[in-house]
Design a protein around this ligand. Sequence first.
Ligand code: PLP
Length: 397
Amino acid sequence: MHEESFYFNFIKPSPIREVFNRISKDKSIINLTLGEPDFDTSKHIVYAAIEALKKGETHYTTSYGIYELREAISKRYERLYNANFDPEEICVSHGSSSGIFTTLFSILKPEDEVVIINPYYVMYPSYVRIFRAKPVFVNSTFENKFKPDIAEIEEALTNKTKAVIVISPNNPTGGIYSERWFKAISDLSQDGHFFVLHDEVYESLAFEKHYSISQWADNNEHLISMSSCSKTYAMTGWRIGWVATHNPLLDTIKIAQNYVNLSLNSFAQYGAIAALNGSQKTVETMKNAYKQRVNYTYKRLKDMGFIINEPEGAFYLFPSVKNVAKSCVDLTYALLNIAKVGVIPGSAFGSAGVNHFRISCATSMELLEEGMNRIEENLDKIMKACSVKNLSRIDFI
Ligand SMILES: Cc1ncc(COP(=O)(O)O)c(C=O)c1O
């Protein structure tokens, strides 16, 4: 780190990337670490982008997205959630990541508080700290399926609370928040004058009904929906996301977006229009494939004795290490070095994840099957290695 990188003091490198970088050097490892769809982007989306390139759509666009794309996003909100965002109430971003960043940039000042449910998507606390604001963690537990009661959120609110972040379907836990929960947090935000930021990048991967905060937004300017094409359309590399809200704050987000990105990728936006307006058949196909993989992996792990919540959405499982190891880091090392299977220790997602590990099922059934076979065949060895007092990880490397 360069000593003059003042803001770097507020962020930590993603532990997921660190684990991934180590694993990706060894091809014999079955890598179940990353949330990267293994499907290719559908052809009709690719062709739309190629067509745009051929037509010369290779110049700067607005920093908040071309009108046709914002219109397509607006229509999708109406189609899926009966939510009425005017295209002007939508800001396209460079993946949801830059939308999350510019939204927090637009609402936070130093000392503000942001409620984050622990375990969390690793980027959030760092995003909040960059703006010298304070993440306030509400711990969730395996027993409540990692979804704290609204009363627990209420307890964390103070007169400094600027926002509550909810991720549903959730990374890393795979949980989905209920209609009742969303209604309650929406009511609370109106009374308490804080924002609710719903990160719904896994919205198409709900195995039960997905509720979007946008469903309550018509009468509540405190609600902000953030999503992207990344997981829904297997378009992680295209970098198209968005923020939608009725709050006039959106104008500030658009200006912030101008400073951060100047323009968005022109031809990727045309691909995104084709994705949003075109056939949604592949979205359904991918969801069913993920569901099958997640259910399969869930069953295999449960049969091996892992304690694990039933999958509800996204492509993650978040099993407990309890029956197998004393620490999630020990187990991760043992899985990696004995079974040659890469997973992420739950501690990477916050203190409430410390007795768990995350498996990503965004990979083929064959690899998942092989991964589960390797864990099963080596389970005794793994448990024995993890039972050693003062286990030295050097033993494994
Ligand atoms: C919960 C969550 N939010 C946001 C993102 C960022 O996605 P993107 O910037 O590709 O839209 C991810 C990526 O994995 C995620 O898991």
